[in-house]
Ligand binder design. Structure first.
Ligand SMILES: Cc1cc2nc3c(=O)[nH]c(=O)nc-3n(C[C@H](O)[C@H](O)[C@H](O)COP(=O)(O)O)c2cc1C
Length: 189
């Protein structure tokens, strides 16, 4: 079984809700075992990352970047960077914010650069925006039009599961796509 870790931080539950959708989508793929991993937990034992084949990173967008706890997780991997122990693993990212744009792109870019510094292989989000095919905007896959990673949006102070159906669907498709990519790219040792 390929081992996939969805490493996320969530202060108020929105990012965790999306992480669970990504997990559900990934779990539909035979041969892949998906794990939900809190960034704060694995930051204490970053060497555990070596045991996974791929990572989907998730953070809320805070002031146009990753959250503090997610950055602490990233910084905890410095020793792994020196020895490039994550080289060749697959990586992808998602972020949640309260505004339609909210500068989510720079959060994804931060995860991308982090993954590149570790020598990982980045997996994007190839889902075509379904509103172009006539699906109502709130129900459309990739309605926010993000290809570098997964974006989702929930209103400020909304309940943690208050995402439109399109974002829930996109997160599941994204998880499925990442898990299939793992299966396609990874050559058994
Ligand atoms: C300190 C802070 C900064 C934030 N900055 C942004 C931002 O730049 N853009 C945005 O759209 N939302 C911003 N938000 C809103 C969060 O991204 C949003 O509430 C998100 O759903 C929180 O995720 P969580 O429930 O997983 O903690 C910010 C929230 C906080 C607390």
């Amino acid at each position: 079984m390929s081992q996939l870790a969805i490493v996320y931080h969530s202060a108020h539950g929105h990012t965790e809700f999306i992480a669970r959708q990504v997990h559900a989508g990934a779990s539909e793929v035979d041969g892949v075992e998906a794990h939900l991993v809190r960034a704060e937990d694995i930051a204490r034992t970053p060497e555990d990352l070596v045991g996974y084949d791929g990572f989907v990173f998730g953070s809320p967008t805070y002031l146009g970047g990753v959250s503090g706890p997610f950055k602490s997780f990233m910084d905890s991997t410095g020793r792994l960077w020196r020895t490039q122990q994550l080289e060749g693993k697959l990586a992808a990212g998602f972020t949640v914010s309260s505004l339609p744009s909210g500068d989510k792109q720079s959060t994804l870019l931060s995860m991308f650069v982090f993954s590149m510094q570790h020598g990982m292989l980045w997996v994007g989000n190839p889902i075509l925006p379904e509103q172009h095919a006539g699906v109502p905007y709130d129900e459309a896959a990739n309605r926010l039009g993000s290809w570098s990673g997964l974006m989702a949006q929930a209103g400020h102070a909304a309940p943690a599961d208050a995402f439109v159906p399109g974002d829930v669907k996109t997160a599941r498709m994204f998880g499925r796509h990442f898990a299939r990519s793992l299966e396609r790219v990874l050559v058994p040792a």
